[in-house]
Design a protein around this ligand. Sequence first.
Ligand SMILES: CC(C)(COP(=O)(O)OP(=O)(O)OC[C@H]1O[C@@H](n2cnc3c(N)ncnc32)[C@H](O)[C@@H]1OP(=O)(O)O)[C@@H](O)C(=O)NCCC(=O)NCCS
Length: 151
Amino acid sequence: MIDDLDRIMAVMQDAFDPHWGEAWNRRQVESSLVTPTTHYRLLDATGETPAEGVDAAAFAMVRAAPGEEELLLIAVHPDLRGRGLAGRLIERLSEDARARGAERLFLEMRENNPAETVYRRYGFEPIGRRPKYYTDGNGDKIDAITFAKSL
Ligand SMILES: CC(C)(COP(=O)(O)OP(=O)(O)OC[C@H]1O[C@@H](n2cnc3c(N)ncnc32)[C@H](O)[C@@H]1OP(=O)(O)O)[C@@H](O)C(=O)NCCC(=O)NCCS
């Protein structure tokens, strides 16, 4: 698991724009990974689960609850975007969640996050809004949009 923690953190450090404060630190990821309801997937640059010793190009994490799961984070290394890796992660996590008995997958996104295109393409639809849920690097408040996907 330590290996995977390193691989997740390597993608995390390069993938997120610090302005939005969305990246998790190592301690947050570590404590999440030891929680039995957290599950994750890694992909290498070819879209497969990385072999031992191979860096991850992308990762995603979910939290499982009875009958539903929540996508906590998804990230692809900036040099490897636009090749379908995020889509592949969503498909894999959807299959995993279905196998665990989930019927719906949720996520929360800051309004106008470009990732919305990916989410909609892979079956998520907006179902709600939480006003002023996030604060950006300038102290401005941003709404969160909740999306759901039927599994
Ligand atoms: C969002 C993110 C995960 C997308 O990864 P990706 O591997 O490039 O996405 P995919 O290649 O699977 O794209 C799927 C579709 O969404 C579109 N898309 C992906 N990123 C996009 C963006 N930034 N703006 C507009 N469209 C985008 C792709 O063009 C593709 O559509 P197409 O099939 O019609 O070409 C990646 O940009 C990322 O890591 N961003 C930073 C972290 C982040 O914001 N994560 C989300 C919040 S946790």
